[in-house]
Ligand binder design. Structure first.
Ligand code: SF4
Ligand code: ZN
Length: 530
């Protein structure tokens, strides 16, 4: 029998005793699955009073302590100012939506500059809808998790084309209408921008609530998720739901941190079961040391521990670790190891008489990992083969794109760059090729472009591309010369290492008019973002 089901039955026994006695036994009836699911969720919170708040005075006290702390020292953040001062509901909802999407997976300190720039350029949902995906990607460059920017853009276009330019006004419609908006984001936007009375459970809130109510089971399990949402919805302050949710998040970010939480400064310490538990354990240990306690640990009273700990689906499954203290909560599932990939990539540089050097970039497809972003020509490395084979493969691909036949001796090994995506451990094996002629100028097309270094830095390129460029430049010392007309001109001077291996032959000598092929084959190895 599953732990969930046994806990359910235990919960029923403790809550439905009277009915069991007064009603004659009936054969079990089949119930619709949905009803059963709802009941499981309800029974989860009933499995032990230890994990919930059931005293109204306690709840009121919790709210006021938290909000007093928040009011006295909250961080001033641009989206908070917008949420408080912006009278136009549509703009306010849009502004909070943008901030919430940016804040997913990204630190507040990083988001601030991006947010200010974004809101200056696209102050309304209509402005964002009118932008191109290229512009959005460019603005997002460096923030990571690029699908977020794309979804904001898609959402804005949907609001303008399908919702007459009106942002959704309820949690349900935010969830239903906006791509990339899940339960948490809808709750956050709904409470902060629209004053809807709902909890919002993000990573910080999960940690705070798990500690406050000593919830130590896998924090991603359905039982824990439902319990946390139940707690958040119970605790939220009905008059200030947005401030309450932000206060919970801020507490998680500044006080109840993943490591080294500042419990002595915590405004809700008196409600915290894990803090209490740590104290009781410490007292027990010191008494034992002084010989004042039996060898066997005392049983905590019901109020100090979960009554159903043997079967409870919110209690920890792993033993208590004294060394961790309150950090025994929450428990995370073991992380799936990221996929390991190696990608051959080539920095293709051309020099045109009297102009700055230019780099060749190609655009990724509009779906999947880093959709629509620009990168150096790349190929997934299927096997761990030799440098000569790498050069051969890149030579063929770059040759196809340029519409010329290249010699693989033009290609130089540069080094390796590691870049970690959420689910991929990517190693770029970097090569370079330098082209002297203007022959390849004709390759400028929709999916391929030549950019100066400055333009490349401004373009919609990922952090991985910038790391590759940095590595390339570190092997080539750049001397900048200012020409008479004031233009900057770069002269590449190879360092010792590259001098040994690289000579920059002219591409023209190898040209025999090979036709450029479709780029789709080039990208077929790129995996979808999970
Ligand atoms: Fe977190 Fe400590 Fe406060 Fe409990 S007392 S909520 S563990 S900071
Ligand atoms: Zn329990």
């Amino acid at each position: 029998m599953s732990r969930l089901r046994s806990a359910m039955q235990k919960g029923k026994r403790t809550t439905l005793d009277v009915n069991d006695v007064t009603e004659p036994a009936k054969p079990p009836r089949k119930r619709p699955k949905v009803a059963l699911k709802e009941e499981e969720a309800r029974d989860t919170t009933l499995s032990s009073l230890y994990h919930i708040f059931n005293d109204q005075a306690d709840i009121t006290h919790f709210r006021s302590q938290l909000l007093d702390w928040y009011d006295s020292g909250k961080r001033e953040l641009p989206w908070r100012t917008m949420a408080t001062n912006e009278p136009d509901l549509n703009i306010r909802t849009y502004a909070v939506w943008v901030s919430e999407i940016m804040l997913q997976q990204t630190q507040v300190a990083t988001v601030i500059a991006y947010y200010n720039k974004w809101m200056k350029r696209w102050p309304t949902v209509q402005d964002l809808a009118a932008a191109t995906l290229e512009e959005v990607n460019q603005m997002w460059a460096g923030l990571g998790y690029y699908s977020r920017g794309r979804r904001l853009h898609e959402g804005a276009q949907k609001v303008v084309s399908e919702l007459k330019g009106q942002m959704p006004r309820t949690v349900e419609s935010l969830l239903k209408q906006l791509p990339g908006v899940g339960r948490y984001t809808a709750g956050a936007i709904g409470s902060i921008a629209l004053g809807q009375v709902t909890g919002a459970v993000d990573g910080n809130v999960i940690r705070v609530l798990c500690r406050v109510r000593a919830i130590g089971a896998d924090s991603t399990s359905p039982a824990v998720t439902e319990a946390l949402w139940g707690l958040a919805n119970t605790l939220v302050q009905p008059e200030r739901p947005g401030d309450f949710n932000q206060a919970m998040m801020e507490l998680g970010a500044r006080i109840c941190t993943p490591k080294g939480p500042l419990c002595t400064h915590c405004p809700i310490q008196s409600h915290c079961r894990s803090y209490r538990k740590v104290h009781i354990k410490q007292e027990e240990n010191s008494k034992r040391l002084l010989g004042k306690l039996d060898k066997k640990p005392s049983t905590l009273s019901d109020i100090e521990d979960c009554m159903n700990s043997g079967t409870c689906n919110l209690c920890p499954t792993e033993p208590w670790d004294d060394g961790l203290g309150v950090q025994n909560f929450p428990r995370k599932p073991v992380k799936k190891a990221p996929r390991v990939e190696r990608t051959l990539t080539c920095v293709v540089v051309r020099s045109v008489e009297g102009e700055e050097e230019q780099y060749m970039l190609t655009q990724r497809p509009n779906k999947g990992l880093l959709a629509g972003m620009w990168e150096f020509p790349s190929l997934l490395q299927e096997e761990d083969n030799s440098e000569a084979k790498h050069k051969g493969a890149l030579c063929a691909e770059v040759g196809k794109m340029l519409g010329v036949k290249l010699n693989k001796s033009l290609f130089q090994y540069v080094g390796e760059v590691v870049h970690i995506f959420s689910h991929i451990h990517q190693t770029y094996v970097v090569y370079s090729v330098f082209l002297n002629d203007a022959e390849e100028r004709k390759t400028q097309n929709e999916n391929t472009q030549w950019l100066t270094r400055h333009a490349l830095q401004e373009a919609a390129v990922s952090t991985g591309v910038k790391k590759i460029l940095k590595l390339y430049e570190s092997t080539t010392s750049q001397e900048e010369q200012i020409t008479k007309d004031g233009k900057r001109k770069k002269t590449a001077v190879k360092n010792e290492k590259t001098l040994q291996t690289s000579k920059r032959p002219k591409v023209g000598t190898a040209t025999n008019g090979v036709k450029q092929l479709s780029l789709s084959s080039f990208f077929k190895t790129v995996k979808e973002e999970s």
